[in-house]
Design a protein around this ligand. Structure first.
Ligand code: HEM
Length: 387
């Protein structure tokens, strides 16, 4: 019986035991099925890293009709994460020029101020009171999107992140978000500001600007993937800390641990089982397993993040761990473009919550927590707390 993906792991689990067992029992690369599609699962850290860095594993090939798809909106060929080679490098450079580390660094005081004002209200549910509004406000501010539009943006994002959308539903969800973004781009052309949409409108190289279709698709990616991931990773990280009172206390007593703590929480506290699928452009040997050209491969980053040959005692949360970078933000040419921003938000939010509420604890039984089931990511519905 080949393995099958998605796994059946309960949402509450920080880890992906089915994938870890496959790695231990069958090695780093195993055949599986994803619905009707045969797909190889890359399970070890080395196998995932090769798939994510070796250009013979192509995102572009994976978005062709009939290719492996884990989230329908992720298969749009116009978005950065669906491109490969020179086309990817050029588009990434254009988007990254508008999304510079300098722009992110200048956001730190704003991230702190937004966090402080949210915590001032003493939220009894950290999902509604902090995890949702913080990344949503930050991405709106970064792009130059009015925050009064946030409820619509959350609603459209929710649809786009849905794991099982029919083609009609996907077209409708993209039309809604892209219609809104097209109006906003026009507005910014007339009234430029110092935010990302304006920067992207004026970004160009010797090949010219992004086409309007490319710009809208990539703005949609930044707006949707750029906050929903952080919303849920923050909620999961807080829950993981509450489940490990010893490590929680360690972080309260030694706030300087926050740098390694954020990496460790990204490693340990599973957001998603896998990152985006790839398809081989030629025959490749992956960790001793021969794959034919045209083979679909899924990097199971949740298993790689617990690979015992890289992370000593991988099922132990250790906030000072520095074995290796986790693969939660990807690796190689498609490494998360928002990684610095996501880490900044996690750092500021976790530090501020623990400084303000050192007695933080769950206000309900853990079994009462529920998760959004329509998405592939592990997404808490609420996180009721007391202190
Ligand atoms: C904790 C939060 C986040 C997580 C866990 C996360 C995870 C990831 C992962 C795993 C990838 C690699 C996809 C692959 O190679 O298959 C990725 C790519 C990407 N992420 Fe993030 N992300 C987060 C936050 C953000 C934010 C805040 C933004 C933008 C503001 C963002 C924008 C992007 C973009 C544009 C890409 C595509 C890069 C490319 O293909 O060159 N992400 N992210």
């Amino acid at each position: 019986m080949p393995a099958s993906f998605p796994f059946t792991t309960p949402r509450a689990s920080d880890s992906e035991p089915e994938a870890q067992e496959l790695l231990a029992a069958h090695g780093p690369v195993v055949p599986a099925t994803m619905g009707p599609i045969p797909i190889w699962l890359a399970l070890s850290y080395a196998a995932c890293r090769q798939v994510l860095t070796d250009q013979r594993f192509s995102r572009e090939e994976a978005t062709r009709p009939g290719g492996p798809v884990t989230v329908p909106s992720g298969a749009n060929p116009l978005v950065l994460s669906s491109m490969e080679g020179r086309r990817h490098a050029r588009t990434r450079k254009l988007v990254a020029s508008a999304f510079s580390p300098r722009m992110v660094a200048t956001l730190e005081p704003r991230v702190q101020a937004i966090t402080d004002s949210l915590l001032e209200a003493q939220p009894s549910d950290l999902v509604a009171g902090l995890c949702v509004p913080l990344p949503t406000m930050v991405i709106c501010e970064l792009l130059g999107v009015p925050y009064s539009d946030a409820p619509d943006i959350r609603r459209w994002t929710g649809r786009l992140m849905t794991a099982r959308l029919t083609p009609e539903e996907l077209r409708q969800a993209e039309n809604d978000m892209q219609g809104y973004l097209a109006d906003l781009v026009e507005y910014k052309r007339l009234r430029p500001d110092d935010k990302l949409i304006t920067a992207l409108v004026s970004a160009h190289d010797e090949g010219g600007h992004l086409t309007s279709a490319e710009m809208l698709a990539n703005l949609q990616l930044l707006l949707a993937a750029g906050h929903d991931t952080t919303v849920n990773q923050l909620g999961n990280s807080l829950l993981t800390l509450l489940r490990h009172p010893g490590e929680l206390r360690r972080l309260i007593d030694s706030p300087a641990l926050i740098g390694t703590a954020v990496d460790e929480l990204l490693r340990f506290s599973r957001l998603m089982a896998a990152t985006l699928p790839r398809v081989t452009t030629e025959a490749v040997v992956l960790e001793g397993v021969s794959l034919k050209a045209g083979a679909a491969v899924l990097p199971i980053i949740s298993a790689a993040n617990r690979d015992p040959s890289v992370f000593g005692d991988p099922d132990r949360l250790d906030l000072s761990r520095d074995d290796a970078p986790p693969l939660a933000l990807g690796y190689g040419p498609h490494y998360c473009l928002g990684a610095q921003l996501a880490k900044l938000e996690l750092r500021v939010a976790l530090t501020s919550v623990l400084a303000r509420f050192p007695g933080l604890r769950l206000a309900v039984e853990e079994s009462e927590l529920s998760y959004r089931m329509e998405t592939n990511v592990r997404a808490l519905v609420s996180l009721p707390v007391a202190w």
